[in-house]
Design a protein around this ligand. Structure first.
Ligand code: ANZ
Ligand code: ZN
Length: 824
């Protein structure tokens, strides 16, 4: 053993040995209980950042700990490898996206290995590999055959100068990210997945996920956005049917105007050929440029224009004006509303602005509302008023009775609406999984037959400066129809990369299979993921899509679980100087630099020690230093003893006070580390109790003469210490495990247990304060009565001297802990 902790030698040494011995390879074994721990796979940008280090360090502790607890642990890693940055790099630097991506993967894989994470690299996957995207395409076809993949016209962002579609994140200040040209909306034929068919199940099954953070479930619930209400049929004076969706049928008598979304088909019909036509067109044009969020926010400026037409309220035959306004969206409900300004704030703002009537139809118990004088809409409980035969009903009764009435009179139906939209998966991009569809003049839309999968992406491609996808080239799209053999065109759209990541957790079960996307028996053994770990930025889309895919596959009989992720941990961010680490802020600390200066074990320990996993973590150079010093302390302690322990065998015999204290500290530490990891993933407090154990060991070493030291106890303590440290700092733990004369990898050992009896102390130390200041300590048997404590304190030599000649005013005893004496 070297005197100095030389991480730079020992870390690569062990990484190599672990690799060579296939230490982390796992196989299905029905005789053993499995545990599947998964970190969200990264996009291969080229370099790991601290967020990755945090994510994977957390996962690695869980994986190693569960392995030591005896589980058969699956802990795989792969690459979410399709996506835009590769294309941008290609356009900028002329490197083919495939080359760029594979080089980045090599780089990042080496960095991951240098962190010593316990991945089973045999199971590595990359979504851009034909062997993987073949099955992404196959799954697309399963959805297609089930009627869950369909095509329709939809709006996209379009740059007229680059003549290409832009993803939302490529639109910067309404301009094209690349050339700055103003982006326009364009309607294109697009592929969708019918996730809305699963809205109810996606919502209901959140109840089955007690192991998910509430905040994530709330975000998913809001995203699905279920609303119960009614669809009500109004008619225009000219006789068109005008349907609206409302969650408040009880307020129907208070509808004083109607609003159509600017994109509503009735807009043109109602105004064509009238004096309003020009103005309306202008208005519609203006609104179409606004962002959805700006249109719907409560604060956003509401603007509108009168169509000149009227509608008839089915409840009372009243004639009310039809307006067009920016705050009503085409793709929610029916794209039209009845406006009830007295009870809806957005309608209220609009009505005030355009002097439209406000009629109160819900009256609260304790105030008298008047439409003329109200300063805001009233959305609370109350009684129906101004509502004919329904007067006097409560809001809830009103909603149900008016809905019944509408159904009976054929003027409406009860309805549930969702905010969730179908998933637009078409990307007019090159670097993605091609949609396996062929268009034939004779046969129409033809799915590519299974035996012709994958539809291969050409890899030696050149990008035109316009950024147009190389798939727009005849060498890709020219093909023959799988059905009739005539000339046909391939679909040139590729899939959203969220499709690739919606099933990757299943592929890890049989990553190399040519025959199946995943082998049923293996997937059934491993699924579902027991612990999923990743950033909260994926709380909505990725997790929703993965849940959707899992349910579809369940319905197709491909998997046995309906939810993919049993428990979810969303780790906090890594901050520096209070802000998120980011290139643009110039406050990035590179993992490579920290690893080369202090070693991976220090980096991991710091990141696990600095905050509980779910909280944000503030980077601290001193904190890193501190962890490095701690590992050095561990090293020196083992160094001090290692030559004396070879011959020591057998369990320790504990008899004197110093031994008892150390044995107690050891057992407390084992219990605390075990509980902290097991129950709460509180790695930070687990690490502090390892640090306390080290302090106790040093205390023993420095205060007990060497000849008096209990070497079997030291040996047991050091052995257990390395076991406790193994999940957090795997390299140094492995080295010390061997230095201490043990065989086999520390990571294949059983997790240490503690001796419950040793946790019971027979003596307690009581702190003695006089007038609030600590003046001494007394060690007494557990269970000493207050009376006896008082005697012992007052008879104590040191204390009695300080009490001499003073009046004892008060004696306060806090059991087993503290005595406070007040004197005058
Ligand atoms: C009348 C009414 C009276 C409404 C009232 C609310 C309160 P959620 O809960 O989000 O589903 N609405 C319907 N379709 C809309 C659209 N396409 N664009 C903008 N607003 C729309 O909201 C449903 C309510 O939002 C509906 O109920 C409708 O206004 C409005 F005191 O109808 B309500
Ligand atoms: Zn054909």
């Amino acid at each position: 053993m070297q005197e100095k902790y030389n991480f730079a030698d020992l870390e690569p040494k062990w990484q190599q040995k672990w690799d060579n011995s296939n230490l982390y390879a796992v196989h299905e074994d029905k005789s053993r209980e499995k545990y599947y721990v998964l970190e969200m796979f990264p996009y291969p940008s080229g370099n790991l950042h601290m967020g990755h280090v945090r994510n994977y360090s957390i996962g690695d502790v869980v994986a190693r700990f569960k392995t030591m607890q005896g589980y058969n642990v699956l802990h795989p890693m792969g690459w979410d490898a399709f996506g835009l940055p590769a294309e941008n790099a290609a356009i900028k630097h002329g490197i083919p996206p495939a080359k760029w991506t594979w080089e980045n993967i090599d780089n990042m894989k080496a960095q991951l290995k240098s962190m010593g994470i316990s991945y089973d690299w045999e199971r590595e996957i990359a979504t851009c590999h034909p062997n993987y995207y073949k099955w992404t395409q196959w799954l697309f076809l399963q959805l297609f055959h089930k009627g869950l993949a369909y095509k329709k016209y939809a709006q996209v962002n379009w740059c007229p100068s680059c003549s290409t579609v832009l993803a939302n994140e490529q639109v910067v200040d309404e301009g094209c990210e690349r050339c700055g040209t103003q982006v326009i909306k364009k309607n294109l034929d697009q592929w969708f997945f019918k996730i809305t068919d699963y809205a109810d199940r996606l919502l209901e099954d959140l109840e089955k996920l007690p192991g998910w953070p509430d905040k994530v479930k709330i975000m998913q619930r809001n995203w699905i956005g279920r609303s119960e209400g009614a669809e009500v049929k109004f008619t225009t004076e000219m006789g068109h049917e005008l349907k609206v969706f409302t969650t408040r049928p009880d307020t129907l008598f208070g509808a004083t105007y109607m609003v159509l979304a600017p994109e509503h088909p009735l807009v043109m019909e109602l105004t064509r050929g009238t004096e309003k036509e020009e103005k309306v067109k202008e208005f519609v044009n203006k609104v179409s440029k606004l962002k959805v969020e700006d249109r719907t926010s409560e604060e956003g400026e509401k603007e509108g224009i009168f169509t000149g037409s009227y509608a008839i309220n089915p409840m009372n035959g009243e004639k009310i004006p039809i307006w067009i306004a920016n705050y009503v969206l085409m793709d929610y409900g029916t794209g039209a509303i009845m406006a009830v300004p007295a009870h809806d704030q957005r309608d209220f703002d609009f009505a005030r602005k355009y002097s439209l009537p406000i009629r109160v139809v819900i009256s609260p118990r304790d105030q008298n509302l008047d439409g003329e004088t109200m300063s805001e809409a009233y959305a609370g409980p109350g009684q129906m008023v101004n509502s004919g035969e329904f007067n006097g009903l409560s809001v809830e009764e009103g909603i149900s009775r008016v809905s019944d009435y509408l159904e009976k009179t054929n003027n409406g139906i009860k309805q549930v609406n969702y905010r969730l939209r179908d998933w637009l998966i078409s990307r007019q991009r090159y670097w993605g999984a091609a949609i396996p569809i062929v268009y034939c003049d004779k046969c129409g839309v033809v799915p590519v037959p299974d035996d012709q999968l994958p539809v291969i992406l050409p890899e030696q491609v050149e990008f035109k400066p316009s950024g147009e996808s190389p798939l727009k080239d005849p060498s890709f799209w020219k093909t023959t129809c799988p059905t009739c053999g005539e000339e046909a065109r391939r679909e040139t759209d590729t899939m959203d990369t969220f499709v690739c990541s919606s099933w990757y957790f299943l592929r890890y079960a049989s990553p190399k299979s040519d025959e199946y996307a995943f082998e049923r028996e293996k997937v059934d053994y491993w699924m579902n993921v027991d612990q999923y770990i990743g950033g909260v930025e994926h709380a909505i889309l990725h997790l929703m899509y993965a849940r959707f895919f899992t349910k579809v596959m369940y319905d197709l009989g491909l998997v046995s679980v309906e939810e993919p992720f049993q428990n979810l941990l969303t780790q906090g961010m890594v901050l520096k100087d209070g802000g998120k680490m980011s290139k643009s802020k110039g406050n990035v600390v590179s993992p490579e630099e920290i690893i080369s200066r202090y070693g991976a074990d220090t980096a991991r320990l710091f990141i696990l020690f600095a905050a509980p996993p779910e909280r944000d973590l503030e980077w601290s150079d001193q904190g890193v230093e501190g962890c490095f010093r701690f590992l050095n302390r561990v090293w020196r302690l083992v160094y001090a003893y290692h030559n004396h322990l070879d011959e020591i065998t057998g369990p320790p015999i504990i008899d004197n006070k110093a031994d008892k204290d150390l044995y107690y500290a050891l057992n407390v530490s084992v219990k605390k580390v075990t509980d902290d990891i097991n129950e709460r993933f509180n790695f930070n407090t687990a690490i502090s109790s390892i640090m306390e154990l080290i302090n106790s060991l040093y205390h023993y070493k420095d205060n007990v003469a060497f000849t008096q030291q209990n070497l079997p106890l030291i040996k047991e303590s050091l052995n257990k210490l390395t076991l406790l440290l193994a999940p957090f700092a795997p390299h140094i733990a492995e080295e010390l495990w061997h230095v201490l004369g043990n065989h086999g990898s520390v990571h294949s050992q059983k997790w240490p247990c503690y001796e419950p009896a040793a946790l019971v102390q027979d003596e307690v130390t009581i702190v003695i304060q006089i007038n609030g200041k600590v003046r001494g300590k007394l060690t007494l048997p557990v269970g000493t009565s207050e009376e006896q404590v008082r005697k012992a304190v007052i008879n104590d030599e040191k204390i009695s001297k300080q009490l001499d000649g003073k009046d004892l005013v008060k004696f306060i005893y806090i059991k087993g802990k503290l005595v406070n004496i007040v004197v005058k």
